[in-house]
Write a protein that binds this ligand. Structure first.
Ligand code: GLV
Ligand code: MN
Length: 196
């Protein structure tokens, strides 16, 4: 979904103070080395010790600046037993993924509110069309692991529970009580779970 590149590569300078554009400015070619095109960040298991029992390790342009302008990126996602990647969407990319380990319940909902889902095991692949809300849940006995790929160097993630209940500043309770047709105490209870 990203625009086409205008040169072979444009290794991103993430901390440029002089230039800002759609993407990141390019490191001068004479400073580019092999190391700019390799990334070790997805080799280690993430820490799943959180309320959801999962961990996303991003391999996007912010972590791996060699991806700048190339229109793709990857994540590593680790799941504790029973862990989940909660409902979220990527505004700038279609996602595809492959299960490396474990048994994963994967689903997304379309703009006309249809739910598509399947339980996948190692070696099996899934796709989530751009922008649609989706989740993955570990339904196996042990840990699960996936690698996901995106057609954007920075897909972005709108994570529904934190977007709605842990924004800064918070969305006022009267918006959320009306949205979900519940009492304020229910909203407060949810907000507390996310440390708001
Ligand atoms: C999985 O849904 C991911 O966003 O990596
Ligand atoms: Mn996703």
């Amino acid at each position: 979904a990203d625009p086409d590149p205008l040169q072979d590569f444009c290794v991103g300078i993430l901390n440029s103070t002089s230039t800002s554009l759609n993407g990141f400015p390019c490191k001068p070619a004479f400073q580019v080395t092999s190391d700019d095109f390799f990334f070790d960040g997805l080799s280690k298991e993430g820490n799943t010790d959180n309320v959801f029992g999962f961990s996303v390790t991003p391999g996007n342009v912010l972590a791996f600046p060699g991806l700048n302008t190339l229109g793709l990126s990857m994540n590593r996602v680790d799941y504790a037993p029973g862990g989940m990647n909660p409902p979220h969407s990527h505004p700038r990319a279609t996602e595809s993924g492959v299960v490396i380990k474990g048994k994963l319940f994967v689903g997304f909902v379309t703009t006309d509110n249809k739910f598509y889902s399947k339980v996948l095991t190692a070696g099996q692949m899934f796709v989530v069309p751009r922008g649609l809300v989706h989740f993955q849940m570990n339904v196996g006995k042990g840990k699960a692991l996936t690698f996901t790929a995106f057609n954007s160097h920075l897909p972005g993630a709108i994570v529904l529970p934190t977007t709605l209940f842990a924004s800064t500043p918070p969305i006022p309770n009267d918006v959320l009580t009306k949205t979900f047709q519940v009492e304020a105490s229910v909203i407060d209870g949810i907000k507390t779970k996310f440390g708001a």
